[in-house]
Design a protein around this ligand. Structure first.
Ligand code: PLP
Length: 397
């Protein structure tokens, strides 16, 4: 997945343009910027590549999730359904806007189970936020249909799955709003950055205003801009956007690499009959950022992970007891360890999570190994890694 492994001349040139003009701000300074608009250019590149009308580049993926919730009108008293296997940013963004996160189980796709979503809906539910973990998607038709029937917004967290598709549509463009992260370890990186994409013409200007203190960006003088709404500062700098612009142009190249390496790994592991691969919903194509598979038991999975560590096979994850990605270790969430006051609905919601049973997710994650597809390796190195992994797994199953 990580684009940082392939930095080169293109990234350096874009950054140098920004340093040469000295304009680090994405808005204004029209005369000094020598024609360079890196954030705008990256937004255009994303729109063209993902076939979507609007993209708003922001300072992080977490800022993207937060802004998506805000422009969708979600706030205090509202509930947002998120999966129990994700990254902490999912519930952080929901809490930030004053809403209450409701966690649900995953299924064999390793993403949110539509059946669990249907059960979790209450009169306060406003949005469903599937997270396309490790490069692949949830059953989007089922989620879309639930959202339509129940009149809920569908907000996709596609931070780990840029370039994946579902029935011909790019991930992030299926729901009302889609979010990406371009942090240091994502498929394409700005260093720090993120984006919200949408085909909704009403959300687009709100994203632009909200992320820059409510500026309407109508005139040519920031000082006299109007402020139709209360906003915040989630702007990205031109330096970060410059790196991301070069990386976004290289997305097709990165995806080709990922797919090639993924298939080398999958072919080697498919020889082991005990291995079962993650289910990709019909009509879906992964971004190939990770290869995910299940061993028959949790014990075998833990034993394989120990052998991997012993033999220097890095960047493979067993997420069951991971601090950042799965509810089991989120005591800070269950206990509501916030520095400032949470609202009453949030306090009640978090206490509920503490008493909730996630056995179904435990069962999937207990047997799952998630292997990062590294862009910086050569085909030969990937082949050697694949053979060693197959040999080691062969010893435990
Ligand atoms: C990385 C990531 C985020 C947050 O992105 P940041 O840019 O680090 O704030 C959100 N969701 C998922 C699934 C991620 O992997």
């Amino acid at each position: 997945m990580p684009g940082f492994e392939l930095f080169g001349e293109a990234e350096r040139k874009e950054v140098q343009d920004v340093l040469n003009s000295g304009v680090l701000m994405r808005y204004g300074f029209d005369n000094q910027r020598q024609g360079h608009w890196k954030a705008k250019a990256m937004e255009l590149e994303i729109c063209q590549q993902l076939n979507v009308k609007h993209a708003q580049l922001l300072s992080s993926g977490t800022a993207a999730l937060t802004s998506a919730l805000v422009v969708a009108g979600i706030g205090a008293g509202d509930e947002v359904i998120v999966p129990a296997f994700t990254f902490v940013a999912s519930f952080e963004a929901v809490l930030m806007v004053g809403a209450t996160p409701v966690l649900v189980d995953i299924d064999d796709t390793l993403t949110m189970s539509p059946a669990a979503v249907a059960q979790a809906i209450s009169a306060k539910t406003k949005a469903v936020m599937p997270v396309h973990m490790c490069g692949s998607m949830a059953d989007m038709d089922a989620l879309k249909s639930i959202c339509k029937t129940e009149n809920l917004l569908l907000i996709e967290d596609a931070c780990q799955a840029i370039g994946g598709t579902y029935k011909g549509q790019n991930l992030g463009t299926i729901g009302d709003l889609g979010c990406f992260s371009f942090d240091a370890v994502k498929t394409i990186t700005c260093g720090e950055g993120g984006a919200v994409i949408t085909n909704n013409d009403l959300f687009a200007p709100l994203l632009d205003q909200y992320s820059d203190h409510g500026h309407d960006h109508l005139g040519s003088n920031r000082g006299t801009d109007g402020h139709p709404i209360l906003g915040y500062n989630f702007r990205i700098s031109e330096l970060n956007a410059a790196v991301g612009l070069a990386q976004a142009r290289r997305l097709p190249e990165f995806l080709r690499h990922q797919k090639h390496y993924y298939h080398i790994l999958k072919t080697a592991l498919a020889r082991i009959p005990e291995i079962e691969f993650r289910r990709v919903p019909e009509g879906g194509e992964e971004s190939y950022a990770f290869l995910n598979f299940f061993l028959p038991t949790e014990e075998q999975t833990k034993a394989a992970m120990l052998l991997f560590a012993d033999q220097g096979i890095g960047e493979c994850f067993h997420y069951l007891d991971n601090n950042w990605h799965y509810v089991r270790q989120w005591d800070h969430l269950k206990w509501g360890n916030a520095l400032n006051n949470l609202n009453e609905a949030q306090k009640i919601g978090l206490a509920l999570i503490g008493r909730q049973n996630f056995q179904r997710s435990d069962a999937f994650l207990g047997r799952n190994i998630s292997c990062l597809i590294k862009l910086g390796m050569t085909s030969t190195e990937v082949e050697q890694r694949a053979e060693l992994m197959a040999t080691l797994i062969g010893k435990v199953v």
